[in-house]
Design a protein around this ligand. Structure first.
Ligand code: ZN
Length: 384
């Protein structure tokens, strides 16, 4: 039992500069369940960093009391690269300005490297298969050869998470209630996570496309199961979730304390922390398919005027926002341009609104949780 703090150095830096990510480790190395929590992978999403800070403070007290029975790792500031990207007075934390994409995409696809390591070594013992695969996955991460700073960061984070039983990647949306992304095979097994956090929406996909961090850890298991077939038992041994802690502006000490308490209760339920968890709160939603999310985008540039609020139930075809060109009539014209109506393609609950008030063609303005997959939504199910 001890609280260890390690600053993991990041590679790929120009001479004269250095970066690191700070890892907090609680409990005993090698104890199970192994839990990994990170905040701020999208560096401008502050609620996750604040919740992780509150979690570290809670864990320090619990660990000092000998109550961390598993191993818990927390990286409160997962993206120092993004945190340091500023253009004039604006922080840019979602995309790597050096050209290496969205920080929560393109995490390593370990399938082939793990298959090569475990082929012929898996058997009928599911627990032994889990151990064999975890060791292989760690080896596979260690042999990645990143070039860019962003890929060094991706490898460093994955090296701390890929062998975990539970991975919580704390993010936030624009304007939204608390919601989760999960692999389909993890539901309803992870309903206690949704209940403890008070999630108001849960989106499931077997593969959501783009290789986000949570799926680098979790989808590996069901992809391996599909590869080796039913003779080789391979459990979905990593419960990984992208946890969206409401919206960008929801940065409040009380909310962060509540989120940390929800995570602690969940970890007590899962045996990583000793003690009796509070009674499981009632689940506030059922999971819906990520492929059923209607991302209503604007076809034109202009001022956006939402017609709905988060939480509203809308019918298919309903107007959910208008986009207005404020230029007024052209010379000689009598009428100002008519606003463009944005309509829902599906019935469902509005769960996200953009914070932007002037949008461009393609900007997602409203997101609606539909109950069934939408036609044509099969591959890239997440926004950029
Ligand atoms: Zn994010």
């Amino acid at each position: 039992m001890a609280h260890h703090v390690v600053d993991l150095p990041l590679g790929g830096n120009p001479p004269g500069t250095a970066r690191s990510v700070r890892l907090h480790r609680f409990g005993s190395a090698g104890a199970r369940p192994l839990v990994y929590v990170q905040g701020g992978l999208h560096a401008t999403e502050i609620p996750g960093m604040l919740a992780a800070d509150r979690l570290v403070r809670r864990l320090m007290a619990l660990d000092a009391a000998g109550a961390v029975t598993g191993e818990v790792r927390v990286v409160p500031v997962a993206n120092p690269l993004g945190l340091d990207q500023r253009v004039f007075d604006e922080r840019i934390g979602r995309f790597d300005m050096a050209g290496n994409g969205n920080f929560n995409r393109d995490h390593a696809d370990l399938l082939d490297a793990v298959v090569a390591r475990v082929d012929g070594r898996l058997g009928a013992d599911a627990a032994q298969n889990v151990a064999t695969i975890r060791a292989a996955a760690l080896e596979a991460v260690a042999t990645l050869s990143p070039l860019s700073q962003a890929d060094h960061l991706r490898r460093t984070l994955l090296s701390q998470a890929v062998d975990a039983d539970i991975v919580l990647d704390l993010h936030c949306d624009d304007i939204a209630p608390l919601h989760l992304y999960l692999g389909t095979p993890l539901w309803p097994g992870a309903a206690d996570l949704a209940a403890d956090l008070g999630a108001e929406a849960v989106f499931v996909a077997e593969i959501s496309g783009g290789h986000p961090f949570d799926e680098a850890c979790s989808a590996l298991w069901w992809r391996l199961a599909a590869h080796f077939g039913p003779e080789v038992p391979i459990l979905p041994a990593c419960l990984a979730s992208t946890v969206e802690l409401r919206g960008m502006g929801d940065v409040e000490a009380d909310l962060a304390a509540r989120d940390a308490a929800g995570i602690i209760a969940f970890l007590q339920r899962r045996g990583a922390i000793a003690g009796t968890p509070p009674p499981l709160p009632e689940l506030r939603c059922q999971a819906t398919p990520l492929a059923g999310v209607d991302m209503v985008s604007s076809p034109v540039a202009g001022i956006v005027l939402p017609k709905v609020a988060v939480g509203d139930e809308v019918a298919a075809g309903a107007c959910v926002a208008e986009v207005l060109d404020p230029s007024g009539p052209a010379a000689g014209g009598l009428e100002a341009p008519r606003p463009v109506a944005l309509c829902a393609a599906t019935a469902g609950r509005v769960w996200s609104l953009t914070t932007r008030r002037f949008v461009d063609p393609g900007t997602v303005v409203v997101k609606i949780a539909g109950a069934a997959p939408l036609p044509g939504k099969t591959e890239l199910l997440l926004t950029p």
